[in-house]
Design a protein around this ligand. Structure first.
Ligand SMILES: Nc1nc2c(ncn2[C@@H]2O[C@H](COP(=O)(O)OP(=O)(O)OP(=O)(O)O)[C@@H](O)[C@H]2O)c(=O)[nH]1
Ligand SMILES: [Mg+2]
Length: 323
């Protein structure tokens, strides 16, 4: 499990300020502790993972301007005073193609919302379309839902938001409306206060320094995937994935070998780039992030393989680690 014993530079607060330190377990009487699950759901690309990272104060979930970045249920924890928040980031709910990968992603979303104390339903402030409506229709009736109108910084005429908010009120009995930006520290602080009252009084489930329940191996594959998403143009379809072939530790060095799996021979060239330039950059940037995250030296070796039709093949999708 990845804990907070990480280098100071990795502390990415929502903006320039590093995240405030978490509570000291010894200071809080277990009978006064609060702890609970908060699921973050919404259509692709609305900023769910950006929000999770800001709430946790560290990058535990990868982000990009492309849709379908998150493909797993990713838990991030933060303990503030007597309260331990366990946030659950989810893939953006897929409404377009019904391939095996998208079915697996949607199953992950549904599994994540079934047993939580609170749901943050994330939309882009001022927008609501069929894809948002589909996600909303799937939320369980017995869990409080907060409407989180994200990317508020992009709304130029804020007065226009009032009629939109009224129309949203008619769509679902939301417990609260929170217009905010996942990239603004003050908004993130405010959100903790809003969510706290929904969490039950019960002992913490994690060490207050834990950041995520995901393994280092998983973080390595995700970091490579993030760079792949960010450094290749829109031409590379989302049907690529990363598998870790080797993860070895030698003292303070981690040796990792990973394979980027793409669907077509042509995609392979896009990932490798001219003279191997693109692949080299993906590797360098992923290695640098991992070295910061773990505060140790990383040796990362990358390969590219073609597996045509993997995203349409249930067995293969499962074998690549999707539920
Ligand atoms: N302007 C602005 N951009 C934001 C905000 N929050 C997120 N973004 C951007 O929106 C894009 C998508 O962010 P992600 O956090 O990857 O979105 P997601 O909902 O997790 O996407 P999927 O995992 O694909 O479903 C990125 O380019 C973010 O930088 C915000 O509050 N304001
Ligand atoms: Mg995401």
């Amino acid at each position: 499990m990845l804990a907070k014993a990480l280098s100071k530079e990795t502390a990415i607060g929502p903006t320039d300020e590093p995240a405030e330190s978490t509570g000291d377990a010894a200071d809080v009487d277990p009978t006064e502790q609060r702890c609970g699950y908060v699921a973050i759901v919404g259509k692709p690309n609305v900023g769910k993972s950006t929000l999770l990272n800001a709430l946790v104060g560290q990058k535990v979930s990868i982000t990009s301007r492309k849709a379908q970045t998150t493909r797993h249920r990713i838990t991030g924890m933060r303990t503030v005073g007597p309260t331990q928040f366990i946030f659950v980031d989810t893939p953006g709910f897929q409404t377009r193609h019904g391939n095996a990968l998208n079915r697996a992603l949607n199953k992950t979303v549904m599994g994540a919302v079934s047993d939580v104390d609170l749901i943050l339903f994330v939309v882009e402030a001022g927008h609501f379309n069929l894809a948002d409506a589909k996600v909303l229709s799937l939320l369980p009736a017995n869990v409080p839902v907060i409407l989180l109108a994200n990317k508020f910084d992009l709304v130029h005429r804020r007065g226009d938001l009032a009629p939109w908010l009224r129309s949203m009120q008619e769509r679902h009995p939301f417990t609260e409306f929170v217009p905010m930006s996942a990239k603004t520290a003050k908004d993130i602080e405010r959100l903790f206060g809003i969510c706290e009252k929904f969490l039950p009084q019960q002992p913490w489930m994690h060490d207050p320094d834990d950041l995520t329940d995901r393994s280092e191996r998983f973080m390595a594959s995700e970091m490579v995937r993030e760079k792949l998403f960010r450094l290749t143009g829109d031409e590379l379809p989302y049907t690529s994935t990363v598998i870790i072939d080797k993860f070895e530790e030698e003292g303070s060095l981690k040796r990792i070998a990973a394979t980027i799996v793409v669907e077509r021979e042509g995609h392979k060239g896009m990932v490798i780039g001219e003279g191997g330039e693109k692949l080299k950059r993906i590797g360098t940037e992923a290695r640098q992030e991992l070295e910061k995250l773990w505060d140790c030296k990383v040796f990362l070796e990358l390969w590219v393989k073609v597996r045509s039709g993997w995203a349409d093949d249930d067995a293969r999708v499962r074998s690549f680690g999707y539920e």
